[in-house]
Design a protein around this ligand. Structure first.
Ligand code: CTP
Length: 208
């Protein structure tokens, strides 16, 4: 099958020298890309900047901002059977990008941000994607309930939820512990390395 995977953080530019980003390392998305490729799928990885090597045999589109990610996904998703959205996309981006480096002035500086376009939330309606749609949910409280809401709102077949308030798993860790949240049920998986987890997740997603 043809599988699209988004991964890593986005960078939202403030001026030529600065950007807003987050703590995503890209490890989970890259592990999924590697596992899907090993299981015989044709994989396209669309990723923000990370320090990871691109898995062998995987097609790759590098992106920086949330808007770059939106446009890359919009142009590719039509030919996909499965789309897995593991990227940690900025929810807000600066309204204006300064042409020149912003100089120090007062004691406070206010940045005005506007909402980015929701790539996962646009896959079904705006982009007309009919394949298997999988999202991630990074939560700090009411993990299952929030993830179930996301699953329904964004038209997902599955949301992979993890508790990012825990220091030992999730963001930038080698291990993860996730709950598979469907619209009507959920299943907790035991803590595991992101590599092992990725194989199990690809198997689950194939069944969908
Ligand atoms: N996502 C996306 N595009 C965005 C924001 C998020 O594709 N602009 C995707 C992420 O890749 C992830 C899922 O949406 O698969 C969950 O993101 P999250 O920001 O947690 O979801 P929200 O519904 O925006 O909820 P919250 O209010 O918790 O931010």
């Amino acid at each position: 099958m043809k599988v699209l995977i988004t991964a890593g953080p986005t960078r939202e530019p403030i001026d030529p020298a600065r950007y807003l980003t987050n703590r995503s390392s890209g490890k989970m998305g890259y592990a999924l890309a590697k596992a899907a490729q090993k299981r015989g799928h044709s994989v396209l990885l669309v990723s923000g900047p990370t320090s990871l090597d691109i898995p062998e045999g995987v097609d790759f589109i590098p992106i920086e901002s949330a808007e770059d990610l939106y446009q890359a996904v919009e142009s590719q998703i039509g030919r996909m059977d499965i789309a897995i959205f593991a990227a940690a996309v900025a929810d807000y981006t600066p309204v204006t990008v300064a042409d020149q480096k912003i100089k120090k002035s007062g004691d406070e500086l206010t940045l005005t941000l506007q909402k980015t376009r929701d790539v996962l939330g646009s896959a079904r309606g705006v982009m007309g994607f009919k394949g298997t749609l999988v999202g991630f949910a990074a939560e700090t409280e009411n993990v299952e309930e929030n993830a179930r809401g996301k699953c329904a709102r964004k038209g997902c077949d599955l949301v992979i939820a993890n508790d990012v308030s825990r220091k030992d798993i999730g963001f930038d860790s080698f291990e993860n512990e996730v709950t598979l949240v469907y619209t009507d049920r959920s299943e907790a998986l035991p803590q595991n390395s992101k590599e092992h987890l990725a194989y199990d997740l690809v198997e689950v997603i194939e069944q969908l």
